[in-house]
Design a protein around this ligand. Structure first.
Ligand SMILES: [Zn+2]
Length: 329
């Protein structure tokens, strides 16, 4: 038995040596040593489905209220300090809402912190749908919203089991996706209402020092996703863009984190940057192809969520957090 084991190990070592001779890439992939826990994409998928199952999480609807309760309780069950920031909001169609940003903190006493955010609301209409009869209809928003939130929930679950050295803040933005079609203004934007409100009304004294940086996740579960480096991320957070994309490439997700610049995007990261925290957007977008192919259409549903993309983003962000060391500030 022992001898058999010995020979089996010897054979295995020989095979591995031959294999690594044949392919350097394979060897470097198997040699990757992660400092972060294993991000479970199946778990992230389940969290995506849980949100979708409430129905479209459109502000001021029952599905929105039920999902808020679910997200709040889930984050609490993972051991985070959870609070809801409420504020008055009016969308471009004249409707009034109470916005609800969900704020979850791990190790609030730590001064070195990383922040990760995503929007949890769903756009009320699929105005990009090719079928004109569908343009006013709601859609599942499985990728555009739910995927980023699901990755955050899975990261929170992992953090509860093994703390990183730094503290972590998660914010789930409300009313990101209720913007006026074709509104491309930045400062006066009808998009990103939750993050805008947070940037202008947060309790700055209670949250000093600021997180070292922030990462916003948006449409991070679609098939064949490619994440380019948008202008706002490059302008405000160049070293962080480089850090995340380098880690993504190093740990085997170079097909997703491509070193390609892209133009100006309106997203929640702009407002986090305005609040003085360098913030990067990980978003399925490229100048040539535009956003995720099913963006704001009926096909942004669970069938089009790809676990491989959830894994690529979740593991890369988790690895980025776990590599951070606490620094005296
Ligand atoms: Zn959207």
């Amino acid at each position: 038995m022992k001898q058999f084991t010995y020979y089996a190990i010897a054979l295995l070592m020989c095979l591995q040596a031959c294999r690594s001779d044949q392919s350097k890439t394979d060897e470097s992939e198997t040699a990757i040593k992660l400092v972060s826990p294993d991000f479970n994409a199946d778990s992230a998928f389940v969290y995506t489905k849980a949100q979708v199952d409430f129905g479209p999480r459109i502000p001021s609807t029952a599905a929105h209220t039920k999902c808020l309760e679910y997200l709040f309780q889930k984050l609490k069950s993972f051991g985070a300090d959870v609070a809801v920031q409420e504020g008055p909001a009016q969308t471009f169609d004249g409707k009034k809402h109470t916005l609800k940003n969900i704020i979850a903190q791990f190790s609030p006493e730590k001064t070195s912190r990383v922040m990760v955010t995503a929007h949890w609301d769903a756009r009320p209409f699929s105005d990009q749908d090719p079928d004109v009869n569908m343009k006013n209809k709601p859609f599942d928003a499985a990728n555009d919203g739910a995927s980023g939130v699901a990755i955050i929930l899975e990261m929170a679950r992992q953090i509860q089991q093994k703390n990183p050295e730094v503290g972590v803040d998660f914010i789930l933005w409300d009313i990101e996706d209720y913007g006026k079609p074709n509104d491309e203004s930045i400062n006066e934007t009808t998009w990103c209402i939750g993050s805008q409100y947070w940037a202008k009304n947060r309790n700055t004294k209670a949250h000093r020092p600021l997180p070292l940086y922030a990462i916003n996740l948006d449409m991070v579960g679609g098939g064949n996703a490619q994440f380019t480096q948008d202008e706002i991320s490059r302008k405000y957070a160049t070293p962080i863009v480089n850090k995340i994309w380098d880690i993504g490439n190093e740990i085997g997700y170079g097909a997703y984190f491509i070193n390609v610049p892209s133009g100006n995007l309106i997203d929640d990261h702009f407002w986090v940057n305005q609040a003085g925290i360098p913030c990067v957007d990980i978003i399925h977008y490229a100048d040539q192809s535009g956003f995720y192919i099913n963006w704001h259409t009926q096909l942004d549903n669970l069938n089009n969520i790809d676990r491989n993309t959830l894994k690529a983003v979740g593991q890369t962000v988790l690895e980025t957090i776990y590599r951070e060391k606490e620094i005296s500030r």
